[in-house]
Design a protein around this ligand. Structure first.
Ligand code: OGA
Ligand code: MN
Length: 213
């Protein structure tokens, strides 16, 4: 975990405050302009270069021996990052920001989050991720989900919404989140059904999970 960058930015603290208030009240939060346009553009550029360079693979469902490529369930492509060894300054900055969020969540909500795993995800046009939970079968490690979006000028009619179901059964009602550059969507992982609707454009994000032991 990167801890060598001090997060003393007052604006960022206010963003954390809003996230804490939302999560305490409803278990999820959506923050537009979570990072600056410059920081978001750097992450976007990195994702783009890696994607065009063939540095992604088909995302799987399940893990270990149960890992399967099931495009009828999930048809995005992913590039996993190593938080311990960030490849670029923008990754390093992102992980430092998430470390600040982790500490804020633990201080205030006692979630016991101990680390963070993250990947770039690309959904080509028409691709999607059906309604799901982020925890693997038999595992409670993933405890808090954070999805950061990288797409400039995204409009309602482009599709690609993150649909967050508000009920425990995942039938609705729901809220739809547009994957606009700079927006961070977070939620308590346990029991939170969600899906990614197909888009008419390529859709890029940086998705991560805070884990407990
Ligand atoms: C996921 C996921 C949401 C999104 O990767 O598990 O649900 O909006 N992503 O990309
Ligand atoms: Mn998910």
């Amino acid at each position: 975990m990167v801890t060598d960058i001090l997060l003393d930015d007052a604006a960022l603290d206010r963003r954390f405050e809003r996230i804490l208030a939302d999560v305490t009240r409803q278990g999820w939060s959506v923050q537009p302009d979570f990072l600056s346009a410059e920081d978001t553009a750097m992450l976007r550029a990195e994702c783009d270069i890696r994607w065009r360079g063939g540095d992604f693979r088909h995302a799987g469902v399940g893990r270990g021996a149960e890992l399967k490529i099931r495009p009828e369930v999930r048809s995005d492509h992913v590039h996993w990052l190593d938080p311990g060894v960030p490849d670029t300054p923008q990754q390093r900055h992102y992980f430092a920001t998430m470390e600040g969020l982790r500490q804020a969540l633990n201080r205030n909500l006692y979630l016991g989050l101990f680390d963070f795993e993250a990947f770039f995800a690309v959904y080509p046009p028409g691709k999607f991720y059906q309604k799901h939970l982020d925890r693997f079968r038999g595992s409670e490690e993933r405890s808090f989900t954070a999805v950061f979006y990288l797409n400039d000028d995204w409009k309602e009619e482009d599709g690609g919404q993150l649909r967050l179901y508000l009920d425990e059964a995942g039938n609705g009602p729901w809220v739809d989140v547009l994957p606009c550059a700079g927006t961070l969507a977070v939620f308590i992982t346990e029991g939170r059904w969600h899906e990614v609707l197909p888009a008419t454009r390529e859709r890029m994000s940086l998705t991560g999970f805070f884990r407990t032991r």
